[in-house]
Design a protein around this ligand. Structure first.
Ligand code: ADP
Ligand code: MG
Length: 676
């Protein structure tokens, strides 16, 4: 029997290659595919009769070739029938219960009709008549990557819709659909992928946003109840040891760091579960704060897990923490997707029986075989890169462990609360002493030669340089080629005196780690890289960041990248190379030149982005949402939250028939059943 959870390879033409390409986009099953929405539409076209699959919903263009006839059945039911001449074929079109359409149907006129086509009978069950101005169907354009084209995705979505649309069900309760004039799920899915016009696409998107936020809020509120009904772990530790640890650090904590350490300390020592979001601009020193919480937790006999979004970052944290804790009896393990089987087989039992105190890794940490002995603290770095399910999965690895989630994305407090539920928020709003703001300048690519002496000057001082190469959304293969070209260029400029390294996403992880380590140990002076170094990387001797095609990046992303430098006391520089084609693009570059403050950057980013920008959420730093942008759609978000809270407040909501589909959907979306 067909299920929406069928893997994508049940579709025709999906082999291993396509399947893994889809997996990279987060598409594993039919449901993922159907909710993988286009980011824009273009190119109108009408279907040719020969290309229509039986039962497909299509738009036909044709001439009305006979007089339309209305037949009534009782008072309310009727059929309106007429012949449409499409490429010399007469198609019989029937509209049910819409007799008023007859007025629009003048024999001899050419019209566009949208409906479900029957290939055997050459008939169309009409859904609507389209006006000529809107022309016909729009073609959806999907976010794609190197391995798969938008058009392939489109074909697969069409096939999936064809095969599975009967299984699409409404999980938002009917009364909510009515209350907010939402669309039914099948219509949403249909119109998001195959809209007839912009308006239809926008209406569908409105509902899709609501649905997404609503489902998210349901899960969030359930998680909140889950915390409240359980007691947390009370950590008992020796405060003077913590103070000794802080004293021996090579720097003094900033006041903001001290304040956050106190907030965390209070949470840990109370018998409630800590659930804290730590926000601090790039380079503000969040890691050390987390390390203090880790030490306290481990000292009282519990384990700590640190989950990060990339292997490079996991590796880096493992090195830094090992160094930070080198005089303490803390046993550290590293677990990522590329951890070798033998190492893994050795590590997992030690983790399970408590012989590892601190495990650092990517989402490998939440996979099934990974068992913990006494998980007391889960730290999630760059938390905006993880979804609610992943956060929950990590939590579930222990019995109500404390949670510390960290992010550099400056989210207004109210928004943080709506999008992260009841998390407490701590803010580090101060940079370590002695930091000089990064000086940013913007040049056009033809001016690049002028920058060479400045680059040389930095290198001669013994400082290091990152070069980030263009982001070409079309394909990672092109990204890699660009990176290689630029790498060759830098080698030709500086290769005789300095070592240039290359890092890109297609390299093996071992290779990446080797390059990163060489850079850290100053064996490499210039690191040419794709955006794999975007988050978290910390090499304080690197003082210059050069970003090619800077206008292709989101401002938040540029800010993250820029945050890789300015981590020591030396003056750092960021050089943006960009040839924006319009005023808006120029303004965006100017924002980066004018301010170093992540909060202002993100605010300006929002102001400059138009309300119709569908790509918005990708750049807001909250990619957890596929269609909704928690910033610009905050009104929808609030409404969805209120309704979710309202439902969950009813003690018997889970047994009410109106909520049965909702319950089903929540369970389907999670790796483990959340609800009984
Ligand atoms: P982020 O908040 O972006 O994760 P990190 O925790 O990586 O920042 O810290 C950035 C750099 O600043 C690190 O090299 C760290 O050792 C250093 N650092 C952290 N706190 C201080 C401080 N109070 N004084 C000086 N340097 C600090
Ligand atoms: Mg960090």
């Amino acid at each position: 029997m067909k299920k929406l959870s069928d893997p994508v390879n049940t579709l025709k033409g999906v082999g291993i290659k396509t399947q893994s390409a889809l997996a990279k986009l987060g598409i594993d099953d039919i449901n993922d595919l159907l909710t993988y929405f286009p980011f824009r539409y273009s190119d109108f076209h009408v279907k040719n009769l020969n290309n229509i699959i039986d039962g497909e919903k299509v738009t036909l263009r044709g001439k009305i070739s006979g007089i339309p006839i209305v037949n009534y059945f009782g008072r309310r039911r009727s059929t309106l029938r007429f012949k449409l001449l499409v490429n010399k074929n007469n198609v019989v079109v029937t509209f049910f219960n819409q007799p008023w359409l007859k007025k629009q149907l003048i024999p001899g006129n050419e019209i566009l009709v949208y409906g479900r086509f029957n290939t055997n009978r050459l008939s169309l069950s009409g859904i609507k008549i389209l006006s000529h101005q809107v022309s016909n169907q729009m073609a959806a354009i999907y976010p794609s990557n190197k391995n798969i084209r938008s058009n392939t995705i489109k074909k697969l979505v069409q096939e999936a819709y064809q095969e599975y649309h009967q299984l699409i069900f409404d999980y938002v309760p009917e009364w909510l659909i009515k209350k907010y004039r939402l669309e039914h799920e099948e219509e949403v899915i249909h119109d998001m992928h195959f809209p007839d016009n912009q308006k239809e696409a926008l209406l569908a998107r409105r509902t899709a946003k609501f649905n997404e936020f609503f489902l998210y809020q349901m899960k969030l509120q359930l998680m909140k109840i889950d915390h409240q009904t359980h007691n947390g772990i009370r950590i008992k530790y020796n405060r003077s040891k913590i103070n000794d640890f802080i004293k021996q650090l090579p720097f003094k904590l900033t006041n903001a760091q001290k304040k956050v350490v106190q907030e965390i300390d209070l949470d840990l020592t109370r018998p409630v579960q800590m659930d804290r979001l730590l926000q601090g601009d790039v380079g503000s020193g969040k890691t050390i704060v987390a390390a203090i919480a880790m030490y306290a937790t481990i000292m009282s006999g519990y384990q700590v897990a640190l989950m990060v979004p990339t292997e490079i970052l996991a590796e880096q944290h493992a090195n830094n923490l090992a160094n930070l804790f080198k005089n303490l009896p803390i046993r550290i393990g590293l677990l990522t997707g590329s951890t070798k089987t033998t190492a893994r087989n050795e590590l997992l039992p030690r983790l399970a029986n408590g012989n590892i105190d601190l495990i650092i890794g990517t989402h490998a940490l939440i996979q099934d075989p990974v068992k913990y002995h006494r998980l007391g603290l889960a730290v999630i770095d760059e938390q905006h890169r993880f979804g609610v399910n992943q956060r929950k999965a990590l939590r579930k690895k222990g019995h109500n462990p404390n949670v510390l989630a960290m992010t550099a994305t400056p989210i207004p407090r109210t928004l943080a609360i709506t999008s992260y539920g009841d998390m407490d928020v701590s803010i580090i709003n101060e940079m370590p002493r002695g930091r000089k703001p990064v000086l940013t300048s913007w040049i056009r690519s033809k001016q690049f030669k002028d920058a060479l002496p400045i680059i040389l000057k930095q290198l001669k001082k013994g400082e290091q340089i990152y070069v980030v190469t263009p982001l070409v959304e079309a394909s990672e293969a092109i990204d890699m080629r660009n990176a290689e070209n630029i790498y060759q260029q830098f080698k030709s400029y500086f290769g005789s005196q300095f070592k240039v390294g290359l890092l890109h996403g297609r390299m093996k992880d071992e290779e990446k780690n080797q390059i990163m380590n060489d850079f850290k140990q100053r064996k490499i002076q210039i690191l040419v890289s794709t955006t794999v170094i975007e988050v978290g990387v910390d090499v304080s001797n690197a003082t210059m960041m050069i970003i090619y095609n800077a206008d292709h990046f989101g401002l938040a992303q540029l800010h993250q990248l820029r945050g890789r430098v300015g981590r020591g006391s030396a003056q750092s520089y960021c050089l943006l190379i960009a040839d924006p084609k319009n005023k808006l693009g120029e303004k965006r570059m100017q924002v980066m030149v004018d301010t170093n403050n992540g909060f202002i950057v993100s605010q300006k980013d929002l102001e400059l982005r138009g309300p119709g920008d569908l790509m918005g959420h990708e750049q807001s730093g909250l990619p957890e949402f596929k269609v909704g942008d928690p910033v610009s759609d905050v009104v929808i978000l609030n409404v969805a939250q209120q309704e979710a809270i309202g439902i969950i407040k009813q003690p018997d909501w889970q047994t009410q028939p109106v909520n049965s589909n909702l319950k089903l959907k929540i369970n389907q979306d999670s790796t483990h059943d959340i609800l009984d």
